[in-house]
Design a binder for this molecule. Structure first.
Ligand SMILES: [Zn+2]
Length: 411
């Protein structure tokens, strides 16, 4: 017996593979032309108050005739401009302040005219002339997977990103797991089992970067900027690496156990740690340095790629998920002596804050199934899948007792 997920068609999954490459003068010129064409189209769109692709094409295609560029790129520049204008329109509608959009960075995006041959991405640079970019082993591996189709490529001065898609059959899930993102860990699970993935290493990396930049004493803003951007980049790369390992495992365990992943709504998380909220600046820096959205983004695209359903809870469904008792629904009490533990007065039980959140999120996600399919009953994941699960050695895994306790006492 399985669940069907409403609102998720699961026909085509999309993802991107990125690699570095060494550029050429010819490509730099093309990227600059592309950037200027895009800006031209944006201006045309703004002047005529148009953002749809069709209207923008008819208004601006002829204007692009002065540009020395293969016509493929003209079409893609219009499409890119239409995308930027549509995003701007959306922001205006939502009442966000907008600036006049302008694309500053040289880049080239195209879904036409390229070929992949002999390990090279061949892209047209002028009439009858192609430029070949050597693809890395990683890129070639990703694009040659069965069923994978190459959709488009994006070039910036040093990096190449290839967008690939494939048709996936949605996985029929037997249960749900909630994902709770915290500063020092990612807690994933439901009332059967909870796993905690340690992320404290990334907190340490962040602190080291902050300390190095903070120890800079010379009164020279220019050099300070160079130093901080160097360490910022290094920090971002190392943090991303840790996060990628963890999210990959979260998704692969979920696929094995056939559990849909429930994500909380994190809108407004930044406003929790703003100046004037009575928090210290170091605390705020630590909390805001955190990639709350990034963990979700990675889990989501990795899950979609394999056909695993994702449930995004609304703001209302997320509310109170970390302070409500998963057993009785009572509001949990916190105590300074208990640190990250919570106390339920009703059940006379101490619970782990992170586990509580993950369990609640999984429950709330499961409610959607139950509402849409009243005859389907929740089933636990197969037990042997958990036992035989082999964990890579990189991150620590804690099989929490609390999760099991909650379950056994509920029935
Ligand atoms: Zn309770």
């Amino acid at each position: 017996m399985g669940y069907k997920v409403v609102g998720w068609s699961g026909v085509s999954a999309v993802k991107a593979v990125r690699q570095n490459y060494s550029g050429s003068i010819e490509l730099s010129r093309l990227m600059d032309v592309f950037r200027r064409m895009t800006n031209d189209c944006i201006r045309t769109g703004l002047v005529n108050n148009v953002s749809s692709l069709g209207k923008l094409s008819s208004l601006s295609y002829n204007k692009l005739s002065n540009y020395d560029s293969p016509s493929y790129y003209k079409l893609c520049a219009i499409s890119r401009a239409a995308g930027i204008l549509a995003a701007r329109k959306k922001s205006v509608r939502r009442g966000f302040p907008v600036r006049e959009p302008y694309s500053v960075r040289p880049q080239l995006i195209s879904c036409y005219g390229f070929k992949i041959r002999n390990g090279l991405l061949e892209i047209p640079v002028a009439r009858g002339i192609r430029f070949g970019i050597q693809l890395t082993k990683h890129t070639l591996g990703a694009i040659s997977q069965p069923g994978v189709e190459v959709r488009s490529f994006t070039l910036t001065p040093h990096s190449l990103s290839i967008c690939i898609s494939r048709e996936v059959a949605p996985i029929e899930c037997v249960s749900t797991i909630g994902v709770d993102r915290n500063l020092r860990n990612l807690t994933v699970g439901n009332d059967q089992e909870t796993r905690q993935y340690d992320l404290s290493e990334s907190v340490r990396i962040a602190r080291v970067a902050v300390d190095i930049v903070g120890s800079f004493r010379r009164n020279d803003n220019r050099i300070r900027q160079v130093v901080s951007s160097k360490h910022g980049g290094r920090r971002a790369r190392r943090t991303m690496h840790i996060l990628h390992n963890v999210t990959k495992r979260v998704v692969s365990v979920a696929v094995q156990q056939r559990t849909a992943i429930v994500l909380e709504n994190i809108e407004g998380i930044r406003s929790l740690y703003r100046k004037g909220n009575g928090q210290g600046s170091r605390y705020r820096a630590r909390m805001n340095g955190w990639s709350f959205g990034e963990a979700q983004r990675q889990i989501e695209y990795k899950a979609r790629w394999v056909g695993l359903p994702i449930i995004r809870l609304s703001r209302r469904e997320t509310r109170g998920s970390s302070v409500t008792c998963p057993r009785c629904g009572e509001r949990l009490q916190s105590d300074k002596r208990l640190r990250r533990k919570l106390w339920c007065n009703n059940c006379r039980m101490v619970m782990d804050r992170d586990v509580v959140a993950a369990v609640n999120l999984s429950r709330r996600g499961r409610l959607r199934f139950d509402r849409s399919q009243p005859t389907t009953k929740a089933q636990g994941p197969p037990r042997e899948a958990m036992v035989s699960e082999r964990e890579p050695e990189r991150a620590t895994l804690i099989r929490t007792v609390d999760g099991g306790k909650i379950d056994s006492q509920r029935a």
